[in-house]
Design a protein around this ligand. Structure first.
Ligand SMILES: NC(=O)c1ccc[n+]([C@@H]2O[C@H](COP(=O)([O-])OP(=O)(O)OC[C@H]3O[C@@H](n4cnc5c(N)ncnc54)[C@H](OP(=O)(O)O)[C@@H]3O)[C@@H](O)[C@H]2O)c1
Length: 328
């Protein structure tokens, strides 16, 4: 990417964007993205903040090959160059492999959805990454069914607050782990039956056996997850916030016929992402349109305030999503 030091006097061919450099987020000027075949160009009005952005800034999560180096995995805004069924002026939200913390982004039309009626751009920017991740885990991989019981670790995270709502909509019983009583209350308000404050108790002792676990923590959660799963249960590993290594009692895996699966989204081919984005909408779009499911937006920050938004996330202070709002 070519970058200049000036951040003022935007010209039509350049834009402001945030990249990760030397362990910090830095505002730069860079060329506006050009659409490849099948891509929509969106003028970004709001961008979602994700834990992955913090990892990318820290140098631990480089963009997949061919993706923008600009931070940001989701946006809402206005189409300025159409493709597929989208035309200039359409209000949309989109799942990205990168490029969201910017004034403009180009993305495959399959990863774009119309912004539902009654959903603000801040809310729209909070939907794609968390809800598509939750959909992939619960429906595509987990095959969660009505009456089943699911445990969502980090239940008050962006992904957790999305997953609680999708799981409840499917008719499942939801349990969570969280780091505070206030977060537990927020999860209950979204439909969770209950949960455990991981600072105060051991979830594997306190919770009933479950059919499915979605876990972004890992580390020493692994052994306890395997203990808590019912026979034929499934663990979906989403991240490793608590550590990447653990000892496994294979006797538990064998005796209970357990499945342990990893799940990633950003690096998936565009056709897989498009199928997930469209799958989410076919199954749950009406519930979004009807207001039964809505993203939980913890707070919105000005586009210039990336450092403050990232600090709130790094402090584990958010319940639900953080978003950046661009001047209109
Ligand atoms: N694989 C994928 O496809 C995929 C896609 C999206 C996100 N993710 C991952 O899913 C997780 C949630 O993402 P997000 O953007 O929704 O995050 P988020 O809103 O920042 O929430 C993360 C929460 O996790 C909890 N946490 C942090 N460190 C922990 C630890 N060591 N042990 C236990 N809990 C811890 C904290 O909540 P408490 O205060 O409740 O502890 C924190 O607020 C992240 O790890 C992210 O990388 C994976």
């Amino acid at each position: 990417m070519s970058v200049t030091s000036s951040t003022t006097n935007a010209q039509s061919e350049t834009m402001s964007a945030w990249v990760g450099e030397g362990g910090q987020a830095r505002l730069v000027r860079c060329p506006r993205p050009e659409a490849r075949p099948g891509e929509v160009v969106i003028r970004v009005l709001a961008a979602g903040v994700n834990r992955a952005d913090l990892l990318q800034v820290a140098g631990h999560y480089p963009p997949p090959a061919g993706a923008s180096e600009v931070l940001g995995l989701e946006v809402a805004g206005e189409v300025v160059q159409g493709a597929g069924s989208f035309k200039p002026g359409d209000a949309v939200m989109a799942l990205l492999a990168g490029g969201g913390y910017a004034e403009y982004v180009a993305v495959d039309a399959g990863s774009v959805l119309p912004l539902p009626q009654g959903i603000s751009v801040e809310q729209g920017a909070a939907i794609p990454e968390a809800f598509v991740t939750a959909y992939q885990c619960l429906c595509h991989l987990g095959q969660l069914a009505a009456g089943q019981r699911v445990l969502l670790h980090a239940g008050a995270s962006g992904v957790g607050t999305a997953a609680i709502q999708l799981a409840r909509h499917l008719g499942a019983e939801v349990w969570v782990t969280v780091g505070s009583e206030a977060k537990l209350e927020a999860c209950r308000a979204l439909g969770a039956t209950g949960g455990v404050n991981h600072r105060q108790g051991d979830f594997a002792q306190a919770l009933p056996p479950v059919d499915l676990i979605v876990d972004p923590v890992g580390g020493d959660y692994l052994g306890r997850n395997l203990k808590l799963l019912k026979p034929d249960g499934q663990l979906i590993q989403l991240a490793m916030m608590g550590g990447r290594r653990a000892e496994v009692d294979l006797a538990l895996v064998l005796a209970k016929r357990l499945t342990v699966r990893g799940s990633t989204l950003r690096s998936q081919p565009k056709a897989v992402k498009a199928a997930l984005v469209q799958g989410l909408w076919q199954r749950f779009g009406a519930a979004f349109e009807g207001g039964e499911i809505a993203p939980v937006v913890d707070s919105a920050y000005a586009f210039e305030s990336v450092a403050e938004a990232h600090r709130r996330m790094a402090d584990n202070a958010n319940t639900g999503k953080l978003v950046l709002k661009l001047a209109q």
